[in-house]
Design a protein around this ligand. Structure first.
Ligand code: TXA
Ligand code: MG
Length: 324
């Protein structure tokens, strides 16, 4: 086994937290059964203790030790996790007998689970034979990190090990589907498109359920959950055709307009998603720019997830703790 992977395993086994790429964005990974590791994660992220964490598992067997799976939940997990290898996080009822740290669920009876498809995260879970908590590797309310450098910029020396990998395949967070009540609800749009979920449900579930499935742009599930926003140092202007004076300009698709970064010169939404957070991170610099402007991105498929992220980017001046 690779030396760094072995080091990561040793650290996690002793209750340490490491950063590693997942299939979506970089995660802070720790032993989900260990209170000390989970507490460290909340502290590192400066995360409110009542905002639950996502748990990564090696597959359905491990997942079923943690949560109750209905036949539909099993079908969805098999399809997206195993068949398609796609990052769909499922919110399910927590099993009474689970061995997770109680801090993860913050007193709620539900749990968000996913099998990641990338080799590093999967190898860690399988070698340790432990579920891992995996929030995005950023301080609460900051944008997600998609490279080891972004993680180091964010946390400096406070993380003992950051595993490096050239790229996170998807670049934006996983889609979260709440299956604890019907109609099922997409509580966070992300790497798996709404259409992919609808198509699967249409084929496999009875009509009454799929006709009434809801989509919501926010992670507002109960009054105690928070709406997700990203706090930027600069204001972000969406659907911009040109930069205004002083603004950094993010292009999408073929264009003659002078830009700082083009997140996909060919107008490919997958590529745009992969480059999005890195581009924002590079340009969010008040010493160089007065704001960031980004060209329109079509509101379909992954474009819906990208536009939701952009519409949740708030300038620090307009941001207050109660909104995240
Ligand atoms: O792509 C991802 O899912 C990444 C990678 C690293 O795994 N993780 C991630 O975690 O995005 P985090 O903590 O940054 O965002 C998790 C979101 C939060 O908005 C949280 O409120 C929501 O998931 N969440 C967690 N448990 C939940 C639950 N039981 N019900 C509803 N929402 C939940
Ligand atoms: Mg996050």
């Amino acid at each position: 086994m690779n030396k760094l992977l072995k080091h990561a395993i040793d650290l996690i086994r002793t209750g340490e937290v490491i950063a590693a790429p997942t299939d979506t964005v970089y995660g802070l990974l720790g032993d989900a059964t260990n209170d000390i590791a989970v507490k460290k994660i909340y502290m590192l992220k400066n995360r409110p203790l009542n905002k639950q964490l996502i748990v990564l598992v090696s597959g359905l067997d491990m997942a079923q030790e943690i949560a109750d799976f209905s036949p539909e939940a099993r079908d969805i997990a098999n399809f997206f996790w195993i068949n398609q290898q796609k990052p769909l996080t499922l919110v399910l009822h927590l099993k009474q007998s689970n061995n997770l740290s109680k801090l993860i669920t913050a007193g709620y009876q539900t749990i968000a689970l996913r099998r990641p498809s990338n080799s590093i995260a999967l190898a860690l879970i399988k070698e340790l034979n432990l579920p891992l908590v995996a929030p995005s590797a950023n301080i609460s309310s900051h944008i997600s990190a998609t490279s080891a450098n972004m993680v180091r910029e964010e946390f400096g020396q406070s993380i003992k090990l950051v595993l490096d990998s050239p790229i996170c395949k998807y670049g934006i967070e996983s889609t979260i589907l709440d299956m604890t009540k019907t109609p099922y609800t997409i509580v966070r749009t992300g790497s798996v498109t709404n259409d992919e979920i609808f198509d699967f449900l249409k084929k496999h579930l009875d009509n009454s359920m799929t006709n009434s499935i809801l989509t919501s742009n926010s992670v507002l599930l109960t009054s105690k959950q928070f709406i997700k926003t990203y706090r930027l140092k600069l204001p972000l202007r969406i659907n911009a055709m040109h930069p205004s004076k002083g603004e950094a300009f993010i292009a999408f698709g073929k264009t003659n307009i002078k830009h700082d970064i083009n997140i996909s010169p060919t107008g490919n939404l997958k590529e745009a998603a992969r480059n999005l957070f890195k581009a924002i991170n590079m340009l969010d610099n008040p010493n160089k720019y007065s704001g960031i402007a980004i060209m329109p991105i079509q509101n379909q498929g992954l474009g819906i997830s990208i536009n939701n992220i952009l519409s949740h980017c708030l300038h620090s001046n307009n941001w207050c703790a109660s909104t995240y």
